[in-house]
Ligand binder design. Structure first.
Ligand code: NAD
Length: 420
């Protein structure tokens, strides 16, 4: 069993424990699973940046390709002080399973830079991004490995990556990254896709549990790309979002928060603090609020053995990757909480990234309604498949999703065979 100390837990050990658990349910050659316990390639780069004050500062950068068995590697780029090789490797493996659960033709990758982006100027951020892209240049490409945004990176960062890559090859290559601005080959619906997908999954779960969404209550941790779009989509479904948090703390309002107004407040003030009608609560207490739907959408390991028992939600939809530790998972299971695991719940982002890549390759673009309909179809089919495996094998939803994802990767590996 992996340790369960908040902040100290190693996400790669979590992945290995999850593989062991899924293996017991998969009737397949153990040799095929063995390969998945190792990433295919891990690149560690030093990224020198000329800072605004004239100094040169060197940052640590990573790009890990966990698997390219089912297609080019795919996964986001994270800018955060805690980024390290084990975290990036774990996130890359989760991308492998996630793309397989959605049945989209990608493997899994992840990248990141150890930095605190809020301390960097726009110029420093751009130079950091461009030099990092140059350092991983030979690793990535539209048929090789396709980055996307993750924590603290966004469409602008993707635009710089796309431009740097294009300048190196001498022509514009929109398909090298996804999550770009629409003006340069991005897709309609991409910025909302992860949060919208979380809510498509909440809708399916609520049908299953007989929960009426109109008037149900929700709590959302994180108000970035995923948390804010999930809050907006829940609000549109008539759900009362009673609390939202970000790194500055939690904000609670029993009568419900309008996430569109909160967004305007955030844009105007640069913080959620001071939003009228809300009481401030801690990021820990937010998890203990009685609610129907809890969406952790910030970082990993936030629900651990020290606080899992306080969770009172009926549905826990993992907007973030790895927000629940393995011991907390057992506690939630005992409490009968319906967990929609990350590799299913937050797969809307990579699914619309897939649509963006397809559109870039064929230079033909779809409208938002087409994107959202296709997204809903793919995610609903994946939800049904995961639930049917969970019921058939009498296992939890997370293990079922991993059995589905890992099973599909193993099937592809068996067909391809081992080179040479
Ligand atoms: P983001 O940088 O846009 O937002 C992160 C949010 O979390 C911010 O509001 C930040 O203030 C908040 N936060 C940071 N530390 C916190 C803390 N200690 N307590 C409470 N809130 C805190 O990042 P994002 O893209 O929304 O990603 C969030 C999670 O979703 C990550 O786990 C990421 O891997 C996952 N994810 C993102 C995407 C995507 O398309 N962006 C897709 C799938 C999964």
């Amino acid at each position: 069993m992996v340790p369960d100390r908040k902040q100290k837990i190693n996400p790669w050990e979590m992945v290995l424990a999850q593989i062991d658990k899924a293996e017991k349910r998969l009737e397949c050659d153990p040799n095929m699973i063995e390969k998945l316990r190792y990433p295919e390639r891990s690149l560690l780069v030093s990224v020198p940046v000329r800072m605004d004050d004239g100094r040169i500062k060197v940052f640590k950068g990573f790009r890990v390709q966990h698997s390219t068995i089912r297609g080019p590697a795919k996964g986001g780029i994270r800018y955060h002080p805690d980024v390290d090789l084990d975290e990036v490797t774990a996130l890359a493996a989760w991308m492998t399973w996630k793309c397989a659960v959605m049945n989209i033709p990608f493997g899994g990758a992840k990248g990141g830079i150890q930095c605190e982006p809020s301390e960097l100027s726009m110029g420093e951020l751009e130079r950091l991004t461009r030099r990092y892209t140059a350092e991983i240049f030979s690793f990535i490409g539209p048929d090789r490995d396709i980055p996307a945004p993750d924590v603290n990176t966004n469409a602008q960062v993707m635009a710089w990556m796309m431009d740097t890559y294009s300048m190196q090859v001498g022509h514009t290559v929109p398909g090298v990254v996804t999550g770009k601005p629409i003006a340069i080959g991005g897709s309609e619906g991409r910025s909302e896709a992860t949060g919208l997908g979380v809510v498509f999954m909440v809708i399916e779960a609520s049908k299953k549990l007989g929960l009426k969404l109109e008037g149900a209550t929700a709590v959302v941790q994180g108000f970035g790309n995923v948390g804010s779009s999930a809050a907006r989509s829940l609000f549109r479904e008539g759900v009362k979002v009673i609390a939202i948090s970000d790194k500055t703390g939690g904000y609670y309002c029993a009568s419900g928060i309008n996430p569109f107004e909160l967004q305007r407040h955030f844009v105007a003030n640069g913080t959620l603090k001071g939003f009228p009608g809300c009481d401030e609560i801690t990021n820990e207490d937010i998890f203990a609020l009685p609610c129907d739907i809890l969406v952790p959408a910030a970082l990993e390991n936030v629900i651990h053995k020290g606080n899992a028992d306080r969770v009172q939600a009926r549905i826990l939809a993992e907007g973030a990757n790895g927000p629940v530790t393995p011991i907390a998972d057992e506690i939630l299971k005992e409490k009968g909480i319906f967990v929609i695991p990350d590799i299913l719940a937050n797969a809307g982002g990579v699914t619309v990234s897939y649509f963006e890549w397809v559109q870039d390759l064929q230079n033909y673009f779809w409208n938002e309604a087409e994107i959202n309909n296709r997204l809903r179809q793919i995610m609903t089919a994946a939800f049904k498949k995961v639930i049917s495996i969970a019921e058939e094998k009498n296992i939890d939803n997370r293990t079922a999703a991993q059995v589905l994802g890992i099973g599909r990767v193993v099937e592809a590996l068996q067909l391809r065979g081992l080179y040479p």
